[in-house]
Write a protein that binds this ligand. Structure first.
Ligand code: MRU
Length: 367
């Protein structure tokens, strides 16, 4: 997608061949800064500290992290250590393990002298595939927006609510939840996006709002608690969110607060769609609430908030009493029964084992 009219991806090999470049998402929307990852540790820190975030981008960054590790030492022992180091960065997004498994399996068959080149080539392939996958999610999701647009009076926008950032910044390009939105906007279908601010890190207010604004997509940032009210008053036509891990039975695990939006949508008869690439499905799990590991992050993300003063300085301030403890769960699980359908690169399917099997093949679904 574009920043100030210039096409960007979220991750790419540095032109001098010395590293991998990323957009430092911790600074958005206040500053656009590109940083270079030189080592596997740089990649691990970027994922853990959320300079890059979003399930598909975490996977792509981990793949490049393996390539950086092979540049330093392509021996078997270092291959295993790099895998474990990167795997430990964030627990919930399954794309991390998916990408690491793919790279490790691929490199296991290569002689150590060939591993650096092979790892960089595979990381680039994973990044390119992510772009095409998300484009296809958009092609399928667009049909849902088109249908709703046809049922509305001429010129009235389709109102879409989204949570967190499942936009192009969360992927290599296009985004998952935002891909249908961008494609509708490009085709001249009027859309308007309700952007949940998404406390505590405010990925909606900081990232989704920024990228929609860059593309001229009409939107408004709303407090996390506003969605139910908007749905009760007919102001939301559909919800589209992303997911960090989807079970074989169609439960979805996404940014904390997603579940409450799904409940409100269910109560108000608002369709609740989840957009995902196949790499986000954990075929080994069947019960999301019981089985998906939920990341717990530093309480400081709850007790403090960062923003820009009117004078232009970026500052972090405490918003809670010094003595009050805080708890910070990063994700929650929305049971499949609350999900209208899953929008994947292979088409739109029910959030059920059979639905996923119909899109991705019975053999894989049964694994
Ligand atoms: O903690 P984050 O910012 O990595 O969480 C991101 C999300 O919850 C996204 O919705 C999810 O990764 C899907 S991204 C296409």
């Amino acid at each position: 997608m574009k920043i100030d009219g210039t096409p960007y991806r979220t991750i790419w090999p540095a032109a001098d061949g010395q590293g991998v470049e990323i957009i430092d998402q911790r600074l958005l929307p206040h500053a656009l800064q590109i940083i270079t990852l030189h080592t596997v540790d740089d990649a691990a820190v970027a994922i853990r500290d959320m300079a890059v975030r979003g399930a598909p981008l975490i996977g792509a960054t981990a793949a490049y992290g393996m390539a950086l590790a092979m540049r330093a030492d392509a021996g078997d022992r270092h291959l295993g250590e790099a895998y474990q180091h990167l795997l430990a960065t964030r627990p919930t997004a399954i794309n991390l393990r998916w990408a690491l498994d793919r790279v490790r399996t691929h490199l296991a068959d290569e002689a150590p002298t060939m591993r650096e080149e092979a790892a960089f080539a595979l990381a680039a392939q994973i990044a390119d595939e992510d772009v095409e996958t998300n484009r296809l999610i958009g092609v399928h999701g667009l049909t849902l927006i088109e249908q709703i647009a046809k049922s509305k009076p001429e010129g009235q926008p389709v109102n879409i609510l989204t949570h967190c950032n499942a936009g192009w910044l969360a992927t290599v390009d296009w985004g998952t939840a935002t891909s249908p939105i961008y494609q509708a906007h490009e085709r001249g279908i009027p859309v308007h996006v309700w952007v949940d601010e998404t406390r505590p890190r405010n990925q909606g207010a900081a990232l989704t709002a920024w990228e929609l604004g860059q593309h001229g997509v009409p939107h408004a940032v709303i407090p996390d608690n506003a969605g139910g009210h908007l749905m009760q008053h007919g102001a939301v036509d559909l919800c589209i969110v992303g997911t960090d891990r989807t079970t074989a039975a169609g439960d979805v695990c996404n940014k904390i607060g997603t579940y409450l939006k799904a409940l409100a949508a269910y109560d108000n008869g608002v369709p609740f769609y989840v957009a995902l690439p196949g790499s986000t499905i954990d075929w080994t799990l069947h019960n999301g609430v019981a089985d998906i590991p939920i990341e717990q992050r530093d309480a400081r993300e709850v007790t403090h908030i960062t923003g820009r003063t009117d004078a232009g300085a970026v500052e972090t301030v405490r918003i809670t009493p010094e003595t009050s403890p805080a708890v910070n769960y990063g994700f929650d699980v929305t049971p499949a029964r609350l999900v209208t359908a899953l929008i994947t690169e292979r088409g739109i399917c029910p959030a059920t084992q059979q639905g996923l099997a119909s899109c991705f093949g019975r053999a894989q679904a049964a694994e």
